[in-house]
Design a protein around this ligand. Structure first.
Ligand SMILES: Nc1ncnc2c1ncn2[C@@H]1O[C@H](COP(=O)(O)OP(=O)(O)OP(=O)(O)O)[C@@H](O)[C@H]1O
Length: 232
């Protein structure tokens, strides 16, 4: 299997805190991968290094064979854990903004997804609920034809109906040629879409593997395993 992301000895320190400590991890092409861990375990730090927003303190990382930079940013589509659109925009402005910014943006796909999410193109961003904002951000991120999609907490803080729509949009729009990394601590809601899972604890990889193999080996769901590891 071909690795789309290769991480070796990755460490990120903030003043007196190691957010990531000597992480080795290879992520395969064509997989949906859950990065699981409680608050403060290092998920966002890892994702920000993969997306090229943060630089590591030590170690190496390759995304599609390249160090994070201009090329890797062009092949990674990133959903941050907060809204990235301006309040003065309406939804159509958001689409135009993405179209101008990313050459791989598929406008027709965006309209299809908007319809699926039941979002009105003329609605003002400032009038959207948290769930609607999340659905819009995800629509834009999934409408790029990227090699890697990175979704940071895509269902946090949204109601169950919006949650199901978001999960359906992810499943229906996932293309087997790309890789999807999803961070979450809402494991029960998301575990069925993961091929592989990575458990992060205190900045280190605690366990990683194929989700189905782990269920069989441990005799429990990934959600139960998560609770056992993190005691939640
Ligand atoms: N800019 C920063 N300055 C100092 N410490 C930081 C900074 N960013 C993160 N940290 C610390 O690094 C650790 C890992 O944080 P990170 O945000 O990566 O975790 P996380 O797993 O994404 O958590 P959450 O689910 O809360 O977003 C935490 O202890 C956090 O307090």
């Amino acid at each position: 299997m071909e690795n789309i992301i290769e991480i070796k000895g990755l460490t990120k320190s903030y003043l007196n805190k190691k957010a990531l400590n000597n992480v080795d991890l290879n992520l395969e092409k064509g997989k949906v991968i859950g990065i699981l861990g409680p608050n403060g375990s290092g998920k966002t730090t890892m994702i920000k290094i993969i997306t090229g927003i943060l630089r590591q303190s030590k170690g190496d990382i390759l995304v599609d064979g390249k160090k994070p930079g201009v090329y890797t940013k062009s092949v990674v589509s990133y959903l941050p854990d907060r809204n990235f659109l301006y309040e003065w925009m309406n939804i159509q402005d958001g689409i135009n903004f993405y179209k101008d910014f990313y050459t791989d943006f598929d406008e027709n796909k965006a309209y299809e997804l908007l319809k699926f999410m039941k979002l009105d193109r003329n609605a003002k961003i400032s009038s959207l609920s948290k769930g609607m904002t999340e659905k819009l951000n995800l629509t834009l991120v999934l409408s790029r034809k990227a090699k890697v999609y990175v979704l940071d907490e895509p269902i946090a803080g949204v109601d169950p109906v919006a949650r199901d729509q978001i999960l359906d949009a992810i499943i229906n729009n996932y293309d087997k040629e790309s890789t999807m990394l999803i961070t979450t601590h809402l494991v029960r809601d998301m575990e069925n879409i993961f091929d592989d899972v990575v458990f992060l604890r205190d900045g280190e990889i605690y366990l990683t593997g194929n989700a189905e193999d782990l269920r069989e080996e441990k005799g429990m769901q990934i959600d139960e395993l998560y609770k056992e590891i993190f005691g939640e």
